[in-house]
Design a protein around this ligand. Sequence first.
Ligand code: SF4
Ligand code: SF4
Length: 375
Amino acid sequence: MGGFLYLSSTEKQPQEKVAYRVLGKTGIRMPVITMGVMNTDNPNLVRAALNAGMFHLDTAQTYQRGTNEAMIGEVLKGRPRDSFAISTKARLPNDRNTGLYLAEATEEAYTKKIDTSLKNLGLDYIDIYHHHNVWRRESAFYEPIMKALEKAKKAGKIRFIGITTHRNEPEVIRAAIDSKVYDVVLTAYNFRQQHGPEVKKAIAQAAEAGLGVVAMKTIGGNIRGSYASETIDARAALKWALQDPNVHTIIAGFTTFDQMNLDLAVMKDFALTQSEKNHLRRAKLFSGLYCQGCGQCLGQCLKQLPIPDLMRAYMYVYGYRNLVEAQDLLFSLNLPSEFCGDCSSCPVKCLNRWNVSARIQDVVHLREVPSNFIA
Ligand code: SF4
Ligand code: SF4
């Protein structure tokens, strides 16, 4: 079992075997924890995860400035094609405040994204291709992207079609079910979500409809570290998500071998201990770095800033320690030349009671750092 589980004599002894669940109608049998590769550029860690049986790797075309897919492709060279499954994802230009697509978001552009991912990964087909970062029902049904995905599936470039959502998740999950096009949903799901019961209900409906359900952001905005006085027990947070049988796998974003070993241990025994339950109950009282994605701030800001995206950049910096993703996100936001500093007061009321203006003014400094310094 390794040295990562502390069990008192009264606690249940761990199972010896890794738990597997089937990813809905895709029929893919996966360990309950697999690897989210977003935060690492270390091929040895990815190799070790596959060698340890993690089986499924989740990436995106933009991760690590577009190099993450190619790094994974190198690791996969020479491995039997049925010994791993790959998920990747892409999106097209959209309005950050409405979540709706812009005119340049065409079927052709999305087909190019799929072809680029295939080339980067060096694969003949991708197991799951996700329509990335959707938070509106209308966007889930956006025809040019759906058509590109359906044609790619028919052509054998991808096996299954997925959709990812970090915000307004229940609406997007229900849209995915209604569409009859998506096979898999990848959703934020954690102990900290104030709308957690709604997400749980939507996940149950997705599983009932035969969709595969993959969970992300299960640690609630932190990457196994501490933020100010708050420390999240990753083991407890992962176990919490696995109590839901409709979560087929979690993509865990570990960046060290110790963290990977902790996840491997959780895959063998995810019964929550009383002390872990108490820890999560306490941790839920702090908003930490996790933006609830409620959208209540949108429309309040005098400069119409895309505040949830800015809070995500802030989380990437202080939670994930992933400055590359944070800087890329900031550059993609087309922020006005003046904001926050020239507002006499800030009318934004955040559900988390964050001083969003202070967080924005802090994180935007990252735009001034030359990209090659943080690559
Ligand atoms: S201070 Fe910043 S967040 Fe607040 S209204 Fe002004 S621009 Fe928006
Ligand atoms: S109000 Fe706060 S929690 Fe809600 S979306 Fe805005 S930043 Fe996130």
